[in-house]
Design a binder for this molecule. Sequence first.
Ligand SMILES: [Zn+2]
Length: 288
Amino acid sequence: MRLFDTHAHLDLPTAGTLSERRSAARRAKSAGILDILIPGVTPATWPELQTVAADLRAHVPSVRIHTAVGIHPYWIGDLHQLEISAIRALLSEAIASAPAGLVAIGECGLDFGRRGDAIARGRQVALLDLHLERARDTGLPLLLHCVKAHAVLLERLSAAPTPPCVLHSFSGSAELAKVYCRAGHYISFAGAITNPRARKPLAAARAVPDGRLLVETDSPDQTPYSRRGALAVRNEPAFLVDIAEATAQARGTDADTLAAQTTANAYTVFGLSRPSADARADPDGLRR
Ligand SMILES: [Zn+2]
């Protein structure tokens, strides 16, 4: 099994110390997670993201670390003193000067739910539009966070031709999932799918066509239900196996088939070459 964690915030302080993050990457490797995408959340953390990515590439070379730069709706408030034109310049500069390994733009999007309520909706839409401009210019996919804002997001995505994007940690309905997929976008499922009582993500997971499905941990947040105990457990990329199994079960398939499909989809949307035939047959001697 070879899995691709399309969303892991290994750059954030909540992911632990540098040595804890290296250990997490090693456990990911042992579990068959051989690609990890670290999204950016705010200009203040973009340099740290590149530092962490370089450190993990040096210490755990068999896991491919990919990156993205973007501004998450929760962090928009940090930029309240900046004009949109200044934020546009920051984003353009970060994308233009990004080292190898940048495969997407984000995390960005809209949050009209309780947590995103503090940020004016007009400001959220203006920042989403900045990310959309860059995606259209570069052809890179967006990593989209969307809570209670799907009508506006769909309207902005369809305002002009947009590269295929990723709806991260999808929490919408099966109907909405189909709408995004018909528009050429991808749907990524996170830990909520491991809650057997959460009917909505299970129904959405069944509605996504094989070629549009992705999986992610959103670590260190969203610890899968299957790993929750009396003590708080920090989520990490190795737990992607649980999400793959739950998603496979919802779709009536097996985890190996689902891993092959979702990993191939991730390579397609992020424009990555497939590993060599040898590596695919037995990545790092991990055949199980
Ligand atoms: Zn995220």
